[in-house]
Write a protein that binds this ligand. Structure first.
Ligand code: NAD
Length: 336
């Protein structure tokens, strides 16, 4: 594979410049660490919006053309069903890929993408953006230090009281699932990443659609889900996520861990999607260890560009964590 020389700005393209694609395009453009050389989207209004950010980019008709263009990397932010096939096409042409979550709709799809990246020895990253919040970084430091003692409990919550506003999110074939695939995936990714690839012993779940137990995941998407997991034969994890829950605020987001020497909790503030605090708990007292204010949304994309320009276009085996998370999602969906 071509290796990008240290200090060079990699030439990258964006496939899908809708809501999140444009947001990540702006974040990368602001850093000025990559040359945004190409964009592709079938919607002319979105193309125009993207050209407003990066006027010199070539407008390319399809991913196929982009995969063959003179680029080091491709950012994929299309509807979820396209991610796996588009990633594999780009990886097989030697392009580094930064893909929106979910990388695939099933563990098999995700595994196929990671295998392609390993085979081609090219860089693959997924936009698990919450890893890059200051609050989760502070929580990770506490976990890594071992100061919580023996961890036995975790609570993972992501309620989006609005729910998605585009029709494809409600089509199981296009979205791969509902609120678990959209929101729960971030919680599962954090669990796998924070606990360093834990063993998953048990998974039980209940999925609902419009206040009724979901009958067929191939026909409906869930809008309310709860799951209980046993991790490393020693940690009980409770997870809940939803769309359109009457939560009294825009969003409820929480990642907390409890151990024999105390607890640590990352939570959103006043229902915000963007502002988080992390607190360390000691019995009945608490200490704030991270406060809001960081602009974290585009950091995973910026980090991928940095890795590409500093280490070159090489496979990073951390990508196997994406397979592990997808296997947990399969178990929550009771697939197979
Ligand atoms: N990482 C995160 O936190 C996060 C947040 C929001 C959305 N997402 C993910 O990002 C993806 C996109 O979500 P969105 O809300 O931006 O959706 P969106 O509908 O706004 O954007 C999708 C874009 O892809 C374009 N598109 C469709 N087919 C295409 C093709 N073949 N080639 C190129 N472009 C194509 C559409 O025209 C549209 O502009 C979803 O998979 C979603 O799960 C991730």
């Amino acid at each position: 594979m071509d290796t990008v020389l240290a200090g060079n700005k990699p030439r990258i393209g964006f496939v899908g410049v809708g809501w999140i694609g444009k947001n990540r395009l702006e974040a990368v453009a602001k850093e000025n660490t990559a040359e945004i050389a190409a964009i592709s989207d079938p919607n002319p209004a979105f193309v125009e919006g993207a050209l407003g950010v990066t006027p010199n980019a070539d407008v390319i008709g399809s991913l196929d053309e982009m995969a063959s263009a003179d680029l080091e990397g491709i950012v994929i932010a299309t509807p979820s069903a396209l991610h796996a096939a588009q990633s594999i096409e780009a990886l097989n042409k030697g392009k580094a890929v930064f893909c929106q979550k979910p990388l695939g709709r099933t563990a098999k799809e995700v595994n196929d993408v990671v295998q392609a990246a390993q085979k081609q020895d090219v860089l693959l990253s997924v936009d698990f953006s919450y890893r890059f919040t200051n609050g989760i970084k502070a929580l990770k430091q506490v976990l890594d230090s071992g100061e919580l003692g023996t961890i036995y409990g975790a609570n993972l919550v992501f309620h989006n009281a609005y729910g998605p506003d585009k029709p494809w999110y409600f089509d199981p074939k296009l979205a791969g699932g509902g609120c678990v695939m959209d929101l729960g995936i971030h919680l599962v990714d954090l669990l796998v990443w924070l606990l360093d690839n834990p063993e998953v012993n048990e998974v039980s779940s209940q999925l609902f659609s419009k206040a009724k137990l979901l009958q067929d995941i191939n026909e409906q998407v869930e809008d309310y889900a709860v799951a209980q997991l046993l991790i490393n034969s020693s940690i009980a994890v409770q997870m809940a996520c939803s769309w359109n829950l009457p939560a009294g605020v825009d969003a409820v987001i929480e990642v907390s861990f409890y151990g024999t020497n105390g607890g640590v909790a990352f939570k959103n503030i006043n229902g915000s999607f963007y502002d988080f605090t992390t607190e360390r708990f000691y019995g009945t007292s608490r200490q704030t260890i991270s406060t809001p204010g960081d602009s974290w949304g585009g950091k995973a994309a910026v980090n991928w560009v940095e890795e590409l320009s500093q280490n070159g276009n090489k496979f990073n085996s951390d990508a196997f964590q994406y397979v592990k998370s997808a296997e947990i999602l399969d178990r929550i969906y009771k697939r197979g």
